[in-house]
Design a protein around this ligand. Structure first.
Ligand SMILES: [Zn+2]
Length: 102
């Protein structure tokens, strides 16, 4: 499962690659890819302490989601129904039971 971060710059949620590495360099736990590009271009680097806090927060959120069994919507395109389809028995209702008693 991948970590979801909240960009401290634009407030948007983003999902860096699992290894925290983009094809063109390391991913930041503080900034989304576009804000990171802007910051890097401006010659700024992330605060290592804030980065560690952001990483720990993302890990805690991941553990919470794992415990609840909820995957981030931005994950794989694997959409499952929220509940299983009704079985034949559920559709027939209590009538099936009664016919046996009679
Ligand atoms: Zn951003």
């Amino acid at each position: 499962m991948r970590l979801v971060f909240e960009c401290v710059e634009c407030g948007g949620h983003y999902l860096p690659p699992e290894g925290m590495v983009y094809p063109d360099g390391p991913a930041s736990p503080l900034w989304c890819s576009s804000c990171q590009t802007v910051r890097r271009t401006a010659g700024e680097s992330e605060d290592p302490l804030l980065a560690r806090i952001a990483l720990a927060a993302a890990r805690a959120a991941l553990a919470r989601r794992a415990a609840e069994g909820v995957e981030p919507a931005a994950g794989r395109g694997d959409v499952r129904p929220s509940r299983p389809p009704l079985s034949r028995r559920a559709r027939s209702g209590p009538g099936g039971v009664r016919s046996k008693l009679g």
